[in-house]
Design a protein around this ligand. Sequence first.
Ligand code: C2E
Ligand code: CA
Ligand code: CA
Length: 531
Amino acid sequence: DKAVKHVLEQLKYPDAFLNGLMQLYTYPEMDCFDEIEFLDGRIFERYSIPQRIGDEIVGRVFSFRDVTRRKQMEEQLLQQATCDPLTGLPNRILLKDRIDQEIKHAKRQHSKVAILFFDLDRFKIVNDSLGHNVGDSLLQVVSQRLKGCIREGDTLARWGGDEFIIVLTNIKYREQVIPIISLCQEALEEIFLIDNRSISITSSVGASFYPMDGTNATVLLKNADAAMYCAKADGRNNYRFYNPQMNAKAVEQLALAADLHKALEKQEFFLLYQPMVDLKTHKIVSVEALIRWLHPVRGLISPLEFIEVAEETGLIPLIGEWVIKTACIQNRRWQSLGLDPIKVAVNVSGIQFKQDNIVQVVETALAEAKLAPQYLNLELTESSIMGDTQTYIYAMNALKKLGVGLVIDDFGTGYSSLSYLKRFPVNKIKIDKSFVRDIHIDEDDKAIVQAIIAMAQQLKLRVVAEGVETREQLTFLQTHHCDEIQGFYFSPPINAKELGQMLRQQQKNGYLMRSNQDTIKPVLHKRLDDN
Ligand code: C2E
Ligand code: CA
Ligand code: CA
C-alpha cells in the first residue's frame, strides 16, 4: 500500500527490508533485532517481538530508534583506532595487519614484499623553527606526494612523527623498488609552499624484504628502520637495503647519543679557533670557535656528526651554553695576556636560540668571563632564524642592546631575501662556503657572491666569505670588496695556544701576513705550508 511504498522508497535495501518483514509475519514467534539503513544516511535500529496474551500470539510489537549518530561515532572510533588523524593514512596497527596479510599472499604467490621506511631529514628543525602548524601541513602534503608515487594496491602508512612506510607487493627481485624510491625522493625534493614559505626537505629511506629480511611485520619494520638509519648516517637523501650488519651500526649510533650525555661532565669537548682576516688591514679581527669532541674510544668526532644528535636529544642548550662560556673565557684570557682585543664568534643552534633564557645565558657568560660584550659575536644560520620571526627579533634586539654582535651564517643557502634580512638587527653576514668553492670558475657563483656583497654594503653589514682555500678565490673576493675572509688558505681551526701565538706575532710586527703582495698568509703558521 501507499505508506509502505513511501517507506520503501527511502531505504537503501528495500528488497531485504521487505523479505525480512515477510519473514516476521510468516514466523510470528520470532524475535528480531537489526538495523535499517536509509538512502539519506540515517540508520535505525529495529527491535521486534511477538505480542502475547497469555500463551497466544496476538500480534507483533515494533520499536525503532534512530542510531545514526551512535553509528557515526563508532565508525569514527574505528577510523581513529586504525588511521592517523593528521594524514588519514593507516596507522601502525592497521599497517602491521596489512603487512601480515601481504606476507600470506606473497607466500602463496612465491613473490616478495618490500617495506620502505621513509624518514624526513631535519624535519625536527623545520617543526621547531616554523611551528607545529606548518610542520603538520608539511606532513599532509608529504603524504599526498608519496601517495601519488605508488600503485593502487600498495600501502602508504604513517609510522609516527616524520616517518612514513610504503608496502610494495608482487615484487620479484629487490632492484625493482629502486625506481619507486627515486620517484618518491624526487617528489619530496620539490619545494613545498606552505603558509607563504618555501620549504625544502629531503628524505632517507631504508628497505627490507620478505622473506629474506624477516617473516613477520615486526621484524621487517625493525630492519627497514635500521637500514633507514644507515642511509641517514651515510649522508642525507639516500637509501639503503637492509643487511644484518646494520643493526650493529644502529646500536653504535644509539651509543653515541648515550655517550653525548656524559661528554660534558667528563670534559670531552674542546674548542678550536679559526681566524677571520680583514682584507683591508690584513689583520685578524675575529675568530670562530668550533667545537670538537674527543671521544675516549672513538677518538676525535666532528660537530657535523654530533650536533644534530645533540639537537635531537635535547642536549644542545647545555652544550651550547658550555661553548659560549668557554669561548668568552678564552677571549678574555687572550686580552689578559696583553694581546689586542678581537671578537670571538660562537655558533648558536636555532634550537638553543629559541630557549627563553638565551639572553640570560649570554649575559652570565660575559659577566663570569669579565668580557666586554662587543667582543662576542653569535652566528646563526639563515634557516634557524626563519619561522617564528617575532620571537627571534625580540631575542636579537635584547642581545643587540646588550652589545653583542649578530652574524648570519651560511648565507645564501636559505631564504636570503633582502626584505627578510632587513628585519633582523644583524651586523654581519657570512657567505656560505658552497658559493666560494667555485667562485673563480662558476659564473652563477660569481654573480651570487657579487650580489650578496653589494646587498650587504647597501645594508651596511660586514660581509665575510668562508671556506676560502685558494689564491684565486682570495683575489676574486678582494677585487669585489669583501670585508673579511676565513678558510684553510689563511689558517685551519687551531687551538687557543696557537692562536695566541699568531696574535702575538701580529702585534709584534704590526701586521700578520708576509706583505709581499703575493700572498696573505700567516708568517708563523707552518702547518699550512706543510700541507
Ligand atoms: P660552520 O659554522 O659553517 O663552520 C665552518 C666549517 O667550515 C668548520 O667545520 C670549519 O672547520 C670548516 N672550514 C673552515 N675553513 C674551511 C675551508 O677553507 N674549506 C672547507 N671546506 N671547510 C672549511 P667544522 O669545524 O667541522 O664545523 C662544522 C659545522 O658544525 C659548523 O659549520 C657549525 O655549523 C657546526 N658547529 C661547529 N661548532 C659548533 C658549536 O659550538 N655549536 C654549534 N651549534 N654548532 C657548531
Ligand atoms: Ca659558523
Ligand atoms: Ca658557515
